[in-house]
Write a protein of this length. Structure first.
Length: 468
């Protein structure tokens, strides 16, 4: 030491080996602590500072050699490489799918919607709209069939619609993709479909007759059906519509035609009926008719002409009330002429009274005279009919009926035995007028033989008393 009577440590940065006469400075790139007998070489990743220490290269730099002296021996990492630890020997390359934002920071994975195919880059590239990064963010990939491009972000400017249009193919729109935090291929919602690589939102099958179950293919519903509101099943066409095999949608029936739900064809309403709301054929009401097929609306049911009737629902042709009958109302059956009345013509609204002494024929079409040997007869429960129970018979007496409307029956009745009448007579049947006469055929008066006269019955002769 300085006193010469003792020893002291060689200072840091020097050494004295056994054969050395004095403390010797360490070589560049080597260092020693105080009292060292040897110098120590600074390892790779470090540099010698003042020969007293080995200092680690700062982040962002490296040193791949031993025995280097000075900070300037720490080399900056190449572009696209980083050194995030002190004392780095070799920089880390930022591999594909990542980039170097700064040499002293870790490699950064490509952001949402971006990729990088190459190593050692400083940025990533945007995927085109409709493409998404793979999991390693090295390439942009198309969405598979049954998927759609989806973007998400907390910022409103990402602006991917919450409910994209689904009715027809519509191109995906994102206003500002830099505001989105997520890009992915998302399975189509049920009832929609998409093709591989599509840049459209998943959409309903374009034809109403179609539906999808696998979110890829459109299937055709059976005739009479169309895709339902979900898009993944079929439902019946509503009543009033039909869908034939060649129809793309349910088609409204024409006027005069109808269908039930689920129909593949419309049915023409038959004569006697009309189409109502295209869902049913309704029979025309009584009193009306329709003689044509394919008619729509109640107004197509026509009132029967005067003197004709339709007594059943769904009448095609009104029934004419024929002679001997009349139409009391168009919705009621033809009425036979009442007692004592006739009608010669068809299609009338009333009948005519026969004159007193005449009676209707069986068809009640004409009034007829009573035959010889008959008399006009009226009958009724009402006392006002007033046909006498015992008409006068002794001499020709005109028939009398007080109120014919109260009678329920008019007929020609055979004369009672012993009386007679001529054809067309308007008298009651009466006895032959001369006492000497009698009748057997109720028509002709015969003369009794001399000495005889007509008896009390009027149909035979009897002898005169002895004094006559």
């Amino acid at each position: 030491d300085a006193t010469g009577n003792a020893c002291e440590d060689c200072p840091a940065g020097k050494k004295r080996a056994e054969g050395d006469n004095d403390c010797v400075a360490c070589d560049d790139g080597w260092m020693s602590a105080a009292g060292a007998s040897v110098c120590i070489e600074c390892p790779a990743g470090q540099y010698e500072d003042s020969k007293t220490s080995c200092v680690k290269c700062p982040v962002g730099k490296f040193n791949d050699k031993t025995g280097k002296s000075g900070l300037d021996k720490c080399i900056e990492c190449a572009e696209g490489s980083v050194a995030v630890s002190l004392g780095t020997v070799t920089c880390t390359k930022c591999l594909a799918g990542n980039y170097a934002n700064a040499k002293d920071q870790a490699c950064v994975q490509c952001e949402a919607g971006k990729v990088q195919l190459n190593d050692e880059t400083l940025s990533c590239l945007d995927c085109d709209l409709g493409l998404v990064p793979n999991s390693g963010r090295t390439i942009c990939t198309e969405c598979l069939a049954g998927e759609e491009y989806f973007a998400e972000g907390d910022d409103a400017d990402c602006n991917y619609p919450e409910s994209p249009p689904r009715k027809s193919p519509t191109a995906v729109v994102v206003t500002d993709r830099t505001k989105c935090t997520k890009f992915e291929c998302k399975a189509c919602v049920d009832g929609t479909r998409n093709t591989a690589g599509s840049k459209n939102y998943c959409n309903r099958c374009t034809l109403a007759k179609e539906y999808t179950t696998d979110k890829i293919n459109c299937l055709t519903c059976d005739a009479g059906k169309k895709g339902d509101a979900t898009g993944n099943a079929c439902e019946d066409c509503p009543a009033g519509k039909k869908r034939a095999e060649g129809d793309n949608d349910c088609v409204a029936c024409d006027d005069g035609w109808m269908s039930a739900a689920g129909a593949s064809v419309c049915i023409e309403c038959p004569a006697g009926q009309y189409e109502d709301s295209k869902t049913s054929c309704v029979k025309c009401p009584v009193g009306k008719f329709n003689d044509k097929t394919g008619k729509s609306g109640l107004d197509k049911c026509i009132e029967c002409a005067e003197g004709s009737v339709a007594v059943s629902l769904g009448t095609v042709t009104c029934t004419k009330c024929l002679a001997g009958n009349y139409a009391n109302a168009k919705d009621q059956a033809c009425v036979q002429c009442e007692a004592g009345k006739v009608q010669l013509n068809d299609e009338t609204l009333s009948c005519l009274d026969c004159d007193l002494g005449l009676v209707p024929n069986s068809g009640r079409t004409i009034c007829t005279e009573c035959l010889a040997g008959e008399e006009y007869f009226a009958e009724g429960d009402d006392a006002d009919c007033n046909y006498p129970e015992s008409p006068p018979r002794k001499s020709p007496t005109a028939v009398v009926v007080t109120d014919r409307t109260k009678c329920t029956k008019f007929e020609c009745k055979a004369c009672v035995d012993g009386t007679r009448n001529t054809a067309g007579s308007k008298n009651y049947c009466n006895r032959c007028t001369l006492a000497k006469e009698y009748t057997t055929d109720k028509i002709n008066c015969l003369t009794c033989d001399a000495g005889k006269k007509g008896d009390a019955t009027g149909n035979a002769c009897e002898g005169l008393p002895c004094w006559k």
